[in-house]
Design a protein around this ligand. Structure first.
Ligand code: SF4
Ligand code: SF4
Length: 79
């Protein structure tokens, strides 16, 4: 089963630079043109549920605005 993940963007730090959008191998990020951060930038957001939790977006973000979460693989127990 593929590992799934998701990200949370801290709008207090995101400056809408798009580096994460360009870097995401799953192409699930975009700038949210309907919202503005407190500093007046369009923040990054997830557009699809295909994030793998790879963490590349968090690495490239110059403002450390992204936190990546990964779903725990379910433990299979046998009796
Ligand atoms: S963790 Fe990976 S797949 Fe998920 S949004 Fe970031 S770069 Fe894309
Ligand atoms: S790389 Fe960071 S600052 Fe740039 S758009 Fe993405 S979350 Fe915002």
């Amino acid at each position: 089963m593929a590992v799934t993940g998701w990200i949370v963007v801290d709008n207090n730090y995101c400056k809408g630079c798009s580096l994460c959008v360009e870097a995401c191998p799953q192409e699930v990020l975009a700038l949210d043109m309907e919202r503005l951060t407190p500093q007046g930038y369009h923040p990054a957001k997830m557009t699809q549920d295909k994030c793998t939790g790879c963490g590349i977006c968090a690495v490239v973000c110059p403002d450390a605005a992204i936190t990546v979460y990964r779903e725990k693989p379910e433990k299979v127990t046998r009796r």
